[in-house]
Design a protein around this ligand. Structure first.
Ligand code: DAH
Length: 339
């Protein structure tokens, strides 16, 4: 039996010395010292040993047990230290490697010009109002003096959610929403997305942007409209640009007009850019129709106002010389990086 114990000691010693990992060490610990381990198995046979020999064998077994324990703990400590050192080595940071540059985003061309326009009107004391893109037929048409079956609806076909709920075709419904909530004096602009059931091409998109404007107070005249809009347009297009107002028709204004800027390319002579007109339309405007004021609970005998609406894409395209509207919506980084 003594021989068996000594042999266990020798086998264990060699196995432990050869162990390469903490898992192997743990397996050896179980193999030699565990409850079902080799040493324990030997001690269970002590019953067959003579009483004189028992203490001697017991002592030997204990010595071997503590010897193996010691070996295991020494080796496992050194394995732990080795793997910690390896980890440190592999996680070393090389501070001399150049950093990764973060590329900054930038404003979309539509927002560059929109922010300029907002800035101009805020400087004149206007507030910015918002309205829903999913709109009631009432606000988009009816309250703006465009009843069902009015021919003006033909040019503004849109996407219907129900018979009475649609994607707004213009920002003009915000005029009505503002006037319903707010007493004059009113001075607001309202930029936003609008929708029409148009096929996509270089100058059309089923989604585009408008900026609406509305001023209502006592004694507002066409003179205020012209002064305000010319001042705005000069700030946007430059002091030496030339404008004209041309009679037009909108159901929600009376009288109505369109404002043109003289073609900066040909100075009014007519060229490809202005399609031979010499002038380029920039916005629609007019004096708010008395019926519209009344629809919103504002007395047209006491108050008057003017309104205007402009399309953002056309202004942006002209400003940057963009010849295809699709570029503004495709989000091609190579295009957007140029602004
Ligand atoms: N809503 C009109 C359109 O989409 C533009 C417009 C014209 C707005 C005249 C106005 C206005 O406020 O007074 O064609």
């Amino acid at each position: 039996m003594k021989e068996q114990i000594k042999q266990i000691r020798q086998v264990a010693e060699e196995a432990i010395a050869a162990a390469q990992s903490e898992q192997e060490i743990e397996a050896l610990r179980i193999r030699f010292l565990g409850k079902k381990g080799e040493l324990t198995a030997i001690l269970k046979q002590m019953g067959g040993v003579s009483p004189e020999e028992r203490p001697i064998i017991g002592q030997l077994a204990n010595e071997v047990r503590s010897y193996i324990e010691e070996q295991i703990s020494t080796i496992s400590a050194s394995l732990k230290a080795q793997s910690a050192a390896k980890k440190l080595e592999s996680e070393k940071i090389d501070v001399t490697i150049p950093g990764r540059a973060t590329t900054l985003g930038q404003k979309h061309p539509l927002n560059i010009v929109l922010d300029e326009i907002k800035e101009i009107f805020l400087g004149m004391g206007f507030d910015v109002a918002e309205g829903p893109e999913v709109e009631l037929d009432y606000y988009n048409f009816e309250a703006l003096n465009i009843p069902k079956d009015h021919p003006a609806r033909d040019t503004q076909d849109t996407f219907y959610i129900t018979e009475n709920i649609l994607l707004r075709t213009q920002t003009s419904p915000v005029q009505v929403r503002v006037m319903e909530k707010q007493k004059p004096p009113i001075r607001v602009i309202s930029p936003g997305r609008v929708y029409r059931s148009d096929a996509v091409d270089a100058t059309h998109s089923p989604v585009f942007h408008q900026i609406e404007g509305l001023v209502v107070d006592k004694g507002i005249t066409m003179g205020d409209l012209k002064g305000t809009l010319e001042d705005f347009a000069k700030r946007l297009y430059g002091d030496d640009s030339v404008f004209r107002f041309r009679p037009h028709h909108f159901p929600f204004t009376e009288p109505s007009a369109e404002m043109d800027t003289m073609c900066f390319n040909c100075q009014g002579k007519g060229c490809r850019l202005c399609k031979g007109e010499g002038w380029i339309e920039i916005l629609g405007c007019g004096m708010v129709h008395p019926k519209v004021l009344a629809n919103c609970g504002i007395d047209p005998e006491e108050y008057s106002g003017f309104a205007f609406g402009l399309g953002l894409e056309r202004i942006v395209m002209r400003r940057f010389g963009i010849d295809d509207m699709r570029l503004l919506f495709e989000n091609d980084i190579r295009f957007l990086n140029q602004f």
